[in-house]
Write a protein of this length. Structure first.
Length: 151
């Protein structure tokens, strides 16, 4: 696409989160706490994508995300691409990778788990990244990443 034909304006410095499945776009905004930022945030959704059908895109001016923040995204959309922008140019591309451990991101689906009955942070081990299988550190209950409830 010609740069003059962009549907969403370019940013000078910051991060562009691309290839978000359209149904996950606003969840990405919520997970990263973007509604609380004081810098400009552009959210676009339902754009045509050759890779995933319909996609969302989020542009965040003057913000670069930590690995911990990025790992939160892997739970809801493991193939998201982050473009690091400096002076209107992409200087780095990162594909979101699922970490080995998720802390305080996902709720355990076992109602008897201590994390559902005591005020404590959840901890999950990613036991199968290909199939997206998580295992609760406390009760050993396994669950699929695609069916989790977020904290």
């Amino acid at each position: 696409m010609n740069k003059k034909e962009r549907l969403v304006a370019a940013i000078e410095n910051g991060t562009v989160i691309d290839h978000i499945p359209a149904d996950k776009t606003y969840l990405v905004v919520r997970l990263l706490g973007l509604e609380d930022l004081k810098t400009p945030v552009t959210v676009g959704n339902n754009f045509i994508s050759n890779k995933i059908g319909k996609k969302g895109i989020v542009k965040v001016s003057n913000k670069y995300f930590s690995n911990e923040e990025i790992s939160r995204l892997s739970v809801i959309a493991p193939k998201i691409v982050l473009n690091i922008i400096k002076e209107y140019e992409v200087v780095e591309k990162k594909t979101v990778e699922t970490p080995d451990e998720l802390r305080g991101i996902v709720k355990c689906n076992n109602p008897k788990c201590i994390t559902n009955n005591e005020p404590m942070e959840t901890v999950f081990h990613v036991v199968d990244k290909e199939r997206g299988i998580l295992k609760c550190h406390y009760c050993d209950k396994e669950q699929e990443m695609s069916k989790v409830e977020l904290c």
